[in-house]
Design a protein. Structure first.
Length: 350
């Protein structure tokens, strides 16, 4: 006697389920078939212009750190990158200054404007790094500084009444200067990059590349790449953060050919064939900094500023800072647990 209603119930349930699969493929097809010219212009593409206007108003931060022994032309290179006097040398540094006994951290901020875009650039210099007889653990103050900036950002972020725009002092990029020995990396280089590649975007740079012949330069670059690979050191752009095939192709080329960039920096101008160029004067001619036949400075500049600047900021925020933040909140290092929930909702839009 009960069979009838059960069957009809099952049938009803079945009939409810049956139309589902039929309708599903139709749903995404509709918007795809929309004829925009039929409906007229919607204006979705203006979102890009809206974002541009907002960014132009607020400007943005970019914090670049330079690390390497003194005399490798760090200050000069940064000045050349941003075509203005932005390093400590140009701000009252004098020749008599003694080599610091320990690694110091000096941050100098500037506002650079170009084409209506304002950038608050901070150059973080690390005088004293690698200059002592015993350079053991001289990377520690640098790691401490990088983590302090993450901590500062985290503290601002977990405030109940937090600022709409948190000041960003996190290090987005660390240019690591390798001595142009032509041999191999020093234990100090490997030690530094091993420890810090986990917390910051490291871009290895061979300094003063004009001291090597083209053959020596090519060979040295290959050797450095091999040593980094053997030691499991990931420099920026890290393989695992390539978002799609286009990214992978572009970044593979950088990883396998350009890195480490062999550069020559100069903030002096010379006249070459009636054109003013940045260069270094040598007894056998002028090395033009932006001439790719002479050095890879233009590649480095395009990479850091023109193609990957936003990505450097994003990897810093989404990977390095997130890792630090998760560690801190998991260990609950003095932060109230309630902040964990509130933070989950805050995937930052910076």
């Amino acid at each position: 006697p009960h069979a009838g209603p059960v069957e009809s119930k099952n049938e009803a349930a079945m009939s409810e389920l049956v139309p589902e699969p039929r309708q599903k493929p139709v749903v995404p097809m509709k918007p795809m078939g929309i004829n925009a010219s039929l409906l007229g212009y919607i204006g979705i593409d203006t979102i890009i212009e809206q974002m541009r206007k907002k960014t132009m108003k607020t400007g943005f931060d970019f914090n670049i750190m330079v690390v390497g022994q003194s005399g490798l032309g760090k200050s000069t290179l940064v000045n050349t990158l941003f075509k203005s006097q932005v390093s400590r040398k140009s701000s009252g540094w004098n020749r008599e200054e003694k080599i610091p006994k320990t690694v110091e951290i000096k941050a100098i901020g500037h506002v650079i404007e170009e084409g209506g875009v304002k950038m608050k650039l901070t150059v973080i210099d690390t005088p004293g790094f690698g200059d002592q007889i015993n350079n053991e653990n001289c990377w520690e103050p640098i790691e401490k500084y990088i983590n302090e900036q993450y901590e500062k950002f985290l503290k601002e972020e977990v405030n109940i009444a937090r600022k709409k725009r948190i000041p960003d002092t996190r290090v987005h990029c660390c240019l690591y200067f390798i001595s142009p020995t032509g041999h191999s990396l020093r234990p100090l280089d490997l030690e530094f990059m091993k420890h810090l590649s986990k917390v910051v975007n490291i871009i290895p740079v061979i300094a003063k590349a004009d001291t090597m012949t083209l053959e020596e330069k090519t060979e040295f670059k290959q050797r450095v790449r091999k040593e980094l690979e053997v030691n499991g050191i990931e420099f920026y752009p890290q393989k695992e953060f390539d978002e799609d095939l286009e990214d992978k192709t572009e970044n593979d080329k950088i990883r396998q050919e350009s890195m480490p960039f062999a550069v020559v920096g100069s903030d002096k101008e010379y006249q070459v064939n009636g054109k003013r160029v940045l260069g270094r004067k040598t007894p056998w001619g002028i090395i033009e900094v932006e001439n790719l036949n002479h050095c890879e400075f233009a590649l480095l500049r395009d990479f850091v500023i023109r193609t990957h600047l936003q990505d450097l900021k994003e990897v810093t925020h989404n990977i390095h800072y997130e890792t630090y933040r998760a560690k801190r909140l998991n260990g609950n290092g003095g932060l109230p647990p309630m902040t964990v929930e509130t933070e989950e909702n805050h995937e930052s839009n910076l």
